[in-house]
Design a protein around this ligand. Structure first.
Ligand SMILES: NC(=O)c1ccc[n+]([C@@H]2O[C@H](COP(=O)([O-])OP(=O)(O)OC[C@H]3O[C@@H](n4cnc5c(N)ncnc54)[C@H](O)[C@@H]3O)[C@@H](O)[C@H]2O)c1
Length: 419
């Protein structure tokens, strides 16, 4: 297992390809985007991730990582392409299917194919296996197939890629063993072997666990607003119980994983996955709540302008996929408000504004949607001088409310009474 072909050079595929290359493997990174192939081929990166630039440059300079448009024969093929949602909340498997089809002409005896993309239960068994078998291969005999889900945290991908425990699901036990050999070469965490469908479900349940718990926190935050109390105080005290861990409430759930993956279980088991569906709906409803609070805070003002701090789905990352902040921006625009969004990690998007000063100038209300560290350093007095009105809605409970109040701001926090 010396030559590895990684399909998809995004948040998962690029760190994986470069870590494998720096561990001595000969890696061919394949992407359908010319821009990505050119950027990575030149030793650069197209996504923001701490430490990634250094590893990619080293991998390319060593000659172990090459970026290309088309796959070529290899010992191992790793599929790390997107698995987004369709408009009707089903798994869009077109990228996985296209990637699998693209390697078929290059397969050789004893090759190992690993699906890293998060996929609905049964994808290896019912999509990939028939696809490879129709090309004449027998899984577990002359071709090996496994699902090895990624559980890295954006912002800590390089460390977690190596340190996290790994669940490897083989289509047969021999497939799992082959995949273990590969990951054991660079992974420091414990490796557990199971079946492909179990591994697919494990990954989905991990993100569903988080989504359901966030939904509970968001629901509790809304209850607290109604009850006139503070969710953050409730959570702080409840979490003194040794077996309780209430999560953090917020403006919704975004990113390519937690807001997407639970739907794959709903799709497979619609009758049973009732709680999972309700959690998704609760989290998806949060941007609407944020819009309604902001409309209330700016009611009666002439041509109100709202400043949005943060477009990314979470703090200190540049990823806007499924970001609740983007839904809030669109909701405010549809309601006829003027919106300026400032995000130091994001370089374009609806209402995108190049500087904090421009975003704040003549604004009536500032809303914190993403807890980037940069926002903690904003001086409320300076912000207040630029703004037309002094109103702050903190949907993350991240800013120092007392300091903003001292600078003359009317402060609202998600999950707390409006007074
Ligand atoms: N981003 C995360 O934090 C994370 C964490 C765990 C799991 N995952 C899962 O990993 C998978 C990949 O996610 P990502 O965030 O890296 O996506 P991404 O969009 O950042 O990257 C995917 C890349 O695949 C390329 N691509 C699409 N079709 C292709 C094809 N046929 N051949 C070659 N390249 C192709 C795209 O151009 C893109 O560059 C998804 O299933 C996702 O759910 C992501």
């Amino acid at each position: 297992m010396q030559k590895i072909c990684v399909l998809g050079l995004g948040y998962i595929g690029l760190p994986t390809a470069s870590v494998l290359a720096t561990n001595g493997f000969e890696v061919l990174g394949v992407d359908v985007s010319d821009f990505i192939v050119q950027t990575v081929g030149g030793g650069g990166i197209h996504i923001e991730e701490p430490g990634l630039q250094t590893v990619v440059r080293a991998a390319v300079q060593s000659g172990n990582l090459r970026a290309v448009r088309e796959p070529a024969p290899a010992d191992v093929f790793i599929i790390a392409v997107p698995t987004p949602l369709t408009a009707d909340q089903r798994a869009d498997m077109r990228f996985v299917k296209a990637a699998a089809e693209s390697i078929v002409p290059h397969l050789r005896r004893d090759n190992l194919v690993i699906l890293e993309s998060t996929s609905p239960p049964g994808t290896c068994a019912n999509l990939l296996k028939p696809l490879f078998e129709s090309a004449g291969w027998t899984i577990g005999a002359d071709l090996f197939l496994a699902h090895c889900p990624e559980r890295v945290l954006p912002g800590k991908i390089l460390r977690e890629l190596i340190e996290n425990d790994r669940i490897i699901g083989g289509h047969t036990p021999a497939c799992a063993e082959r995949a273990r050999e590969l990951y054991a070469a660079f992974a420091a965490g414990t490796i557990f072997l199971t079946t492909d469908t179990t591994a697919e479900t494990v990954k989905l349940m991990e993100n569903t666990f988080r989504d359901v718990n966030i939904a509970l926190a968001n629901e509790a935050a809304l209850l607290c607003e109604q009850l006139g109390i503070d969710y953050w105080e409730v959570a702080r005290f409840a979490n003194r119980h040794p077996r309780v861990q209430l999560h953090t409430a917020g403006p919704g759930v975004g990113g390519h994983c937690i807001s997407v993956d639970p739907w794959f279980l709903v799709e497979k088991c619609p009758e049973e996955a009732k709680l999972i569906r309700m959690a998704r709906e609760r989290n998806d409803s949060m941007p609407k709540h944020v819009v309604s609070v902001l409309r209330e805070m700016t009611e009666g003002l002439e041509k109100p302008k709202v400043t949005i701090l943060g477009l990314a789905y979470k703090g200190n990352v540049d990823d806007v996929r499924e970001s609740p902040a983007v839904h809030v921006v669109h909701g405010l625009m549809e309601a006829g408000l003027t919106v300026c969004a400032y995000d130091p990690h994001v370089s374009e998007g609806s209402a995108w504004t190049a500087s904090l000063e421009d975003a704040l100038r003549d604004s009536d209300c500032v809303a914190l949607l993403t807890d980037h560290s940069e926002y903690l350093a904003i001086d409320p007095a300076v912000a207040g001088q630029l703004m037309r009105g002094r109103r702050l809605f903190d949907t993350r409970n991240a800013l120092n409310a007392e300091a903003w109040r001292a600078a003359g701001f009317h402060v609202r926090r998600l999950g707390a009474a409006s007074a």
